[in-house]
Design a binder for this molecule. Structure first.
Ligand code: NOJ
Length: 748
């Protein structure tokens, strides 16, 4: 409390030093209530600014506390002192953010506060599952809570702004950044995007325990060609709007205050120079009124894309496209004043960009008190609280997907005599927090071995590492085999290192690293029952494991509480309920493979040569979208519809009765899909349009109902207008995207 008071006094002192009318007009100690009020306050600041000061507000540089891109500009402190930068990222901590903020407030004429951003993607100190893993929970409440806690921790360390949620639809597992998103489906990804925005921004973004969200990477970055990072994107308007746009749009509709441009080009126009995306779609169509920031050095990269010949041209293209803030290129800083002087950029364009940014600073309350987020008190109290760790464990176990469980090997008996925990991920802490783990400290994460030892203290637990994650050193395999032979059951933890997914981590092969495959095969030869625990940031082509190992758990990277969460599932204290948010291919050659493909004119027929298939691979994936088993079993009754026909203004209810036919209480995530079999454009064979979590005791049945109407049925028709078409609609409800019950109705 004491230090909070001192800070408050310090802040008052600074604020009272601000003599300009800025304070009188703009720094009212109340949050701006009304739009006009807010705009008036923004303009009251803008009116005082020189062109150079305006350009400063459009510039974002990284501090050297963390590095998340190719280079750091060492002069960022000088830039702050000279009002040449309005925002700083990769700087956190109450003391450090206060230090930098003081630098801005003390040294600059208008004392406009800095905004501090950071990649708080899946937790700040308490690390939650990587986003793809968390998406497997299909639990919007838990996901919102994880973002809320991330915001509480990060804002307590002086941060105002997170570069999240990542809203790219991702259907190419070669692309390492698949780990950062919510998977392949636009509907699920949209719901999750909204949950994350709500979690970060809370009910009222003025509160000091919230962060402004940043919708990234707008647009279509997930479709980088061949899964190679930063690569080009070429797609139809239909695919863009139908598949890739919905999550960005949903996040913006949920009130996200900022948007980040993506690195890719779209149909030849680099996104950071795309007026179509940044102004026509984002602002004119969608009504976005926050600010747009580039990704790291994206304006500079216009030179390499080959659409700008020099710094001036690159900056000109971006600002005129509607890009407000330059992350790390420094091109706005260098070029904008000259561009205005040369009349290549209208000062009104600069003014609008400044307005967009100042508005967010006002909304966050930074003009009321630039130091209000930098509190040593909160920093001490609000970090890794027990209830945060509980929430992390809760969503971590919900994110685990039981891929296979033949002979019901799982859950393991807590009275098993001897268990061997083997593999490079068995006693590993470092990998568990995955990529983009903000200020997370891997040494605080609970290893699988520790989780198991804590869960079953009376079981004889043996351990052998067996191999490194990569490399070709086979010498540890022998000892691991000997260890396995002494056990009743083996838990074998294998996968990818954290660095193998995330930014700049594309792969052309999706197999387990060869050395680990050798380890798995050697342990398998012992004949011992094996549970494989996978840790990875993307779908892997684990066909051999699928064919040979009875029980497989997909655990992604679950964050700080990994070991406890997995032990909860392995020993049956939590019955797994996660479902895959992305298809697992059998081979790289099948990519792109996703559940909502179109039928083709020659649907697969094994008996007919001239149908759509491969000579050397099945069309089917290894695991379908929405797949995930439980320790119990669920049976679905027939789908019943409340009406046989509706018009476009009406809705109907599709219901199904689900029964727990096994021996454990469990949670099923029931999924609703629809298909329009005859339309003006070929429609996907299935599209997810709803899901519900149902908790059932053994023998218990529950009937659930989904409402179907315009929102579920509308699509971009032949002429690209958005609406419905009359005709038959098939409704499918089931446990995954393949195994469904169906019924049909007529849309009149
Ligand atoms: C580059 C990444 O693409 C983006 O996701 C991230 O937010 C920025 N760097 C800032 O670290």
């Amino acid at each position: 409390m004491q230090s909070d008071k001192i800070n408050a006094m310090k802040n008052k002192l600074f604020l009272s030093l601000i003599g300009a009318s800025l304070l009188l007009s703009a720094c009212q100690p109340n949050k701006p209530q009304q739009k006009n009020d807010l705009e008036a306050r923004v303009d009251s600041v803008l009116n005082l600014m020189t062109l150079e000061e305006k350009v400063g507000q459009l510039t974002l540089f990284t501090s050297d506390m963390d590095q998340t891109g190719a280079f750091i500009r060492k002069e960022y402190e000088n830039d702050i002192k000279q009002a040449k930068v309005g925002a700083i990222f990769n700087a956190y901590g109450a003391d450090y953010t206060r230090y930098l903020q003081e630098m801005a407030i003390k040294n600059t004429r208008l004392r406009i506060p800095l905004i501090f951003g950071y990649d708080v993607v899946h937790g700040h100190r308490t690390i939650f599952p990587v986003p793809l893993g968390e998406a497997a929970s299909w639990d919007l409440e838990a996901i919102e809570k994880s973002a809320r806690i991330a915001a509480i921790e990060a804002s307590a360390e002086g941060l105002h702004w997170t570069f999240a949620p990542m809203c790219d639809v991702t259907r190419d597992p070669r692309w390492g950044r698949i780990v950062e998103g919510a998977g392949e489906d636009p509907f699920l990804a949209s719901k999750i995007a909204v949950a994350r925005v709500n979690g970060f921004q809370g009910d009222d973004v003025y509160q000091t325990n919230t962060l402004a969200a940043c919708v990234k990477h707008f647009a279509a970055y997930g479709a980088s060609q061949a899964g190679r990072d930063y690569h080009a994107v070429d797609m139809s308007e239909r695919m863009l709007r139908e598949t890739y746009m919905p999550p960005y749009k949903a996040a913006i509709d949920a009130g996200a205050l900022t948007v980040m441009t993506s690195f890719n080009d779209l149909n030849g126009i680099p996104v950071t120079a795309s007026r179509y995306l940044m102004t026509e779609i984002l602002r004119d169509e969608w009504g976005f009124s926050g600010f747009v920031v580039t990704d790291y050095t994206s304006i500079m990269e216009l030179l390499y894309h080959g659409v700008a010949g020099d710094t001036l041209e690159a900056a000109e293209k971006s600002i005129n496209a509607g890009v407000d803030m330059d992350m790390q290129s420094g091109f706005y800083q260098t070029a904008l004043v000259s561009l205005v002087e040369q009349k290549r950029v209208d000062v009104a364009v600069i003014d609008q960009a400044v307005r967009n940014i100042l508005k967010v600073k006002f909304q966050l309350g930074l003009f009321d008190d630039p130091f209000r987020y930098s509190s040593n008190e909160r920093e001490k109290q609000e970090i890794m609280k027990p209830e945060f760790l509980d929430a992390a464990r809760d969503v971590a176990r919900k994110s685990i997907v039981l891929l296979k469980n033949e002979n019901q090997l799982l859950p393991l008996d807590k009275n098993t005599k001897t268990i061997a925990v083997i593999g490079p991920f068995a006693d590993n802490q470092r990998e568990l927090i995955g990529s983009w783990s903000a200020a997370g400290d891997w040494s605080k994460s609970v290893s699988l071995l520790e989780g198991i030892r804590t869960k079953v203290p009376n079981v004889n637990i043996l351990h052998a590492m067996g191999s490194e994650i990569t490399g070709d050193e086979t010498s540890m395999i022998k000892e691991a085999v000997a260890t396995a032979r002494k056990a009743d059951v083996v838990i074998l933890a294998v996968g990818e290192a954290a660095w193998m997914s995330g930014e700049a981590a594309s792969r052309t092969k999706l197999d387990l690293p060869e050395i680990q495959q050798q380890l798995v095969e050697a342990i398998h030869e012992t004949g011992k029952p094996i549970v494989v625990v996978l840790m990875n940031g993307r779908p892997l082509t684990i066909n051999w494991i699928d064919e040979n190992i009875p029980s497989v758990l997909e655990t992604w990277f679950l964050g700080t509480t990994t070991g406890h969460a997995i032990a909860d599932v392995i020993f049956g204290d939590y019955n797994p309920s996660g479902k895959l948010p992305v298809t697992f291919p059998r081979s790289v050659g099948q990519i792109p493979i996703h559940y909502d493909m179109r039928n083709t004119g020659r649907p697969f027929n094994p008996d007919s040569k001239f149908t759509s298939k491969y000579l050397d691979e099945s069309n089917d994936p290894l695991y379908v979208f929405g797949h995930g088993l439980s320790y119990t079993t669920f049976s679905y009754g027939p789908v019943t519809l409340s009406n046989q026909s509706i018009n476009e203004n009406e809705t109907l209810e599709a219901s199904v009765t689900i029964t727990n036919t096994g021996n454990y209480a469990g949670t099923e995530i029931a999924q609703l899909y629809i298909h329009d079999p005859v339309a003006s454009v070929a429609r996907p064979v299935k599209e997810l349009k709803g899901f519900k979590k149902v908790e059932l005791m053994p023998n218990e049945s529950k009937t659930i109902a989904f409402t179907i109407g315009f929102d579920e049925l509308a699509f971009y028709r032949e002429n690209m207008s958005f609406g419905v078409e009359a005709g038959q609609i098939n409704v499918m409800i089931g446990t995954n995207s393949r195994d469904t019950q169906s019924a049909s109705f007529m849309l009149e």
